[in-house]
Design a protein around this ligand. Sequence first.
Ligand code: ATP
Ligand code: MG
Length: 568
Amino acid sequence: MKVSKLLLKTLRETPAEAETASHQLMLRSGMMRKLAAGIYSYLPMGLRSLHKVEQIIREEMDAAGAQELLMSALLPAEYYQESGRWDVFGPEMFRLKDRNDRDFCLGPTHEEIFTQTVKSEVSSYRQLPLTLYQIQTKYRDERRPRFGVMRSREFMMKDAYSFDCDEAGLDASYQAMYKAYCRIFDRLGLDYIVVDADSGAMGGSGSQEFMVKSDSGEAVVAYCDDCGYAANDEKAECVPEILEQEAKKEMKKIHTPNVGTIEELVSFMGTDSKHFAKTLIYVAAGKPVAVMVRGDREVNETKLANLLGINEGDLEMAEACVVTEVTNARVGFAGPVGLSIPVYCDLEVAKMCNFIVGANETDYHYENVNPDDFTPEKVADLRTITEGDVCPRCGKTIKTTRGVEVGHIFKLGTKYTKALDCTYLDENGKAQTPIMGCYGIGVNRTLAAVIEQYNDENGMIWPVSAAPYQVIVVPVNRDNEEQALLAESIYKKLQAEGIEVLLDDRAERPGVKFKDADLIGIPVRITVGKKAAEGLVEYKLRRDNAVSEISAEDAVKQACAFIRSELA
Ligand code: ATP
Ligand code: MG
């Protein structure tokens, strides 16, 4: 492709709205443009890279024995109503009506539709196991679309679904997807970790996420270098810290005027926040509940929702008026003693002694409170793990890192097959319910994660596997005939070798061309300058600084060899 003909406008300035490297660079390099919040148009360079990622996913899915098909994005409500998710999705689901007033949605994920397909196409155990997938557009009206295509409202997902006769079959299908995911992310050169994830409201017996380590990641991963434990912080188990035990003292009400936050309490009482237990009021599926964690800990809303058997979307912090109604006090003075709503207490709090809590009376706290001074509804692991915590597996120290969730694999069980009454006949002619797994990869998010990992101050540094073009040939002065001819002949030879090559034939200053080549991150640059007359060119890889002066022929050979070895 000749750059003079390419729809490509690069930006020198970083767009103010873009916070992350990938978002900034995708805009600056003209890969995409924003149309509305969380909605983007892909321009030629962006689309080429997106297709590369898609193709790698497709090849590995096919190699793992999965079969590709394609579902509509526009879906009738009935299947989601049957599974119950028409309600569960809440405002995240884009809904619409047709001219006959029938309900539809734009598919946020397709478990129901694949189940329906298997229900209609599969009748015998002989047709199982089966893994089906598609690479297709999903719609989610995210509460906070951000970071460009990392969290957008329209995005491409590879979603796969396995159907098996028994648990052992599910294990095998799941493992096949696990391995395919590793190959996909390896081919893209991503530095990722696989972590245990929450199976939450989706039910199911296990799930793992593929996390690309990145400061811009929205997920927090807890991991242990000693034993290899790794889990999403929504899921990571917390080991209670047992503080020094002392003899039980008598509970006492104390006057704490205007001391409503943990920080204020720490300075007022002159003790560590570890000696307080905070009581937070939530509204869970419409009903107020109280949750207790140690003063320096955070409530883990995923764990709380799971304990209550509700969706995380149905859980929210209570507004001030609700807090006052249930505690008879201003916000900041809630406590478990004498509270009439159910109290859910973190494991750690249940092991504390002589601690401080709110007194359910404005400007008052109780000190020397002990677990037998109140009756929790349940005691459970309800806090979020933090750096320095104890590893739940080996007892050493937990570290945390931010990560971008690029893929998710999930042992679903029979939730959807049961809900949609999908069955097959076993060897004995008896109807049985297939066991499902589901496996998603965010295609655009994966592309953005590659950019997050491969960039420098000058722009992107594409790994060959995802580069929109593999080589760029830059004549320094296209009006010089020798340069123009040599550049053109290198371009033609590379094309004949099947290499994806750009020829920057624009009438721009060399500085502009070099800047653009760096910004768009093409892996190999061949510069044709003054020594064209001697048949010499400059050969440079985007990922390192060394420039070598070699013959045009060698440059073609080296480029081909490099590209092929990178892709092998
Ligand atoms: P998240 O926790 O980031 O919202 P999720 O749990 O909702 O993700 P899944 O339903 O498991 O995601 O979807 C499968 C994959 O689709 C995710 O691993 C992610 O890579 C991608 N994905 C999900 N939501 C978005 C989005 N809004 N924009 C881009 N990619 C997304
Ligand atoms: Mg989500």
